[in-house]
Write a protein that binds this ligand. Sequence first.
Ligand code: KG4
Ligand code: ZN
Length: 338
Amino acid sequence: MPILTLESTCDETAAAVIADDGAVLGQCIATQESLHERFGGVVPEVAARAHLERLLPVIDTAITQAGVTADDLTAIAVADRPGLAGSLLVGVVAAKTLAVAWQKPLVSINHLHAHLYACQMASGQSVYPAIGLVVSGGHTSLYHCTSPLDLEYLGGTIDDAAGEAFDKVGAMLGLGFPGGPAVSRLAGEGNPKAHAYPRSMIGESGYRFSFSGLKTAVRYTISPPPAKEVSADHLDRQAKADICASFQAAVVDVLVRKSVRAIKQYRAGHLIVGGGVAANPALRDRLREASEKHAFRLVIAPPELCTDNAAMGAIALEKIKRGEFAGLDLDITAGLQR
Ligand code: KG4
Ligand code: ZN
């Protein structure tokens, strides 16, 4: 019997219908990229209003695609944390309303745990125990995971998230929003050694990350001080590509080094990697090389499960197996939760 999963933590409105064996029977994702592009970042109020308009048609599409009716569903699951308050509220209120109207149990989903669960979905066998790396627009975090639902936070960014740094570099270079995919494409044409950018905290023993110094270094390459405004108009395509490649190499170096260190410290057999930045081809290649060199198994979420989606809400099935349901008093937990 299938479940319905909802995702509205940031700027994608998504729903999926998932069978009890984890098969995704139907899903729909409405992206808001075009709405936020002119602001150069996600505007929370705009995101919440767009979720409100889109969520019901998105649910309808997922259910129709799956060929089921409300009667067939056994539970309604929703990402209730972490994320933008207004965005989360739309999903949680919709899920609670459907749970009451259709008399179904409610299940809450931690969005970050779901990003990592995308790896379990892609792998034929258990990936636990594992070190989990979540690299997204809002998070850069390492976990020690003993099951899909048991995650110990090891450390994360103290300033910008990796995806946020990609987006800001993309914006400074005039590459549009979100910058991650555009920066990663242009990096393919550039020289990663053109600029010696900082690898902050790479030698630190813990699992903290910092990308704001790197972002500032990129800013100074584009518009050296004392320029107050950043403009990349004077740079040709090759110069931009070199900046992208050098920036990307710095991010990837730090992510790979810290992940490998965690794998060794915790003697975890697997490294699992999820979140939007996990779609980055350079990161995927370097992680693959590291897994061969240091002999650990690597599962990176497939690109379509990296950026926000409701299919990874299949993690709700694990909660149902444990009998972990939410009450109708379910509230959102916004912010940059671990
Ligand atoms: O997981 P996600 O869809 O949303 C959050 O939960 O934050 O991640 C979105 C982030 C954005 O910052 C986007 O620029 C980045 O993932 N991203 C990438 C790539 N594709 C998406 N960053 C680098 N390279 C990519 N290919
Ligand atoms: Zn996400």
